[in-house]
Design a protein around this ligand. Structure first.
Ligand SMILES: Nc1ncnc2c1ncn2[C@@H]1O[C@H](COP(=O)(O)OP(=O)(O)O)[C@@H](O)[C@H]1O
Ligand SMILES: [Mg+2]
Length: 166
């Protein structure tokens, strides 16, 4: 955390198979959460990302953990992505059918220690660091992270990674 605050997140870059990484994470989460259905949605020709595999594992792990935690009634959690070949950009998303996030809260989620005030928040544990860490990691890769969400319907978190341009 202190290294991130200092803005010196060191990345160990290699080819990362994101569909494979997501698939392995999902196998673990399936054992933890029987209420949720996990779906992977990557095209067969999704290319490897030049990225830090352990850091991207943390990002996906945080996003999937949130999807589970903030969809207490279960539902589908879909993890997918696509290549924008013209812009040489990978986009990855994690979508849930959970409680959603009011629009006025959405811009704050990625701040350190920020948690949306809700009855579920008071029941669930968290330090409000997960999305802050995700943003630091994605931005260290020269990517972007954002959310689209509707209260009561669910949330989709997206991040981009430039293809080999870190
Ligand atoms: N998938 C999601 N659905 C609804 N709210 C979410 C989701 N992911 C994150 N949030 C909201 O954003 C806040 C910040 O998330 P995060 O940084 O991971 O902290 P934590 O999970 O420790 O509370 C959460 O407290 C929650 O209010
Ligand atoms: Mg979290």
């Amino acid at each position: 955390m202190s290294r991130i605050q200092a803005g010196v997140l060191q990345l160990e870059l290699a080819d990362v198979d994101l569909p494979g990484l997501a698939g392995r994470l999902v196998e673990g989460f399936k054992l933890q959460s029987a209420q949720h259905t996990f779906e992977l949605d990557f095209p067969a020709d999704f290319p490897p990302a030049l990225a830090d595999q352990e850091r991207l594992r943390q990002v996906l792990n945080n996003l999937i953990s949130n999807a589970i935690k903030y969809a207490p009634d279960g539902g589908v959690i879909r993890i997918g992505g696509w290549l924008d070949a013209a812009r040489q950009l990978l986009t990855v998303y994690v979508a849930d059918q959970g409680i959603g996030i009011p629009s006025q809260e959405q811009e704050h989620l990625f701040q350190r220690f920020y948690r949306v005030d809700s009855s579920l928040r008071r029941k669930t544990q968290g330090a409000g660091l997960g999305l802050f860490l995700c943003k630091a990691i994605i931005e260290a890769h020269n990517g972007r992270i954002w959310v689209r969400s509707e209260p009561g319907k669910g949330s989709t978190f997206f991040f981009t990674l430039p293809l080999g341009a870190v």
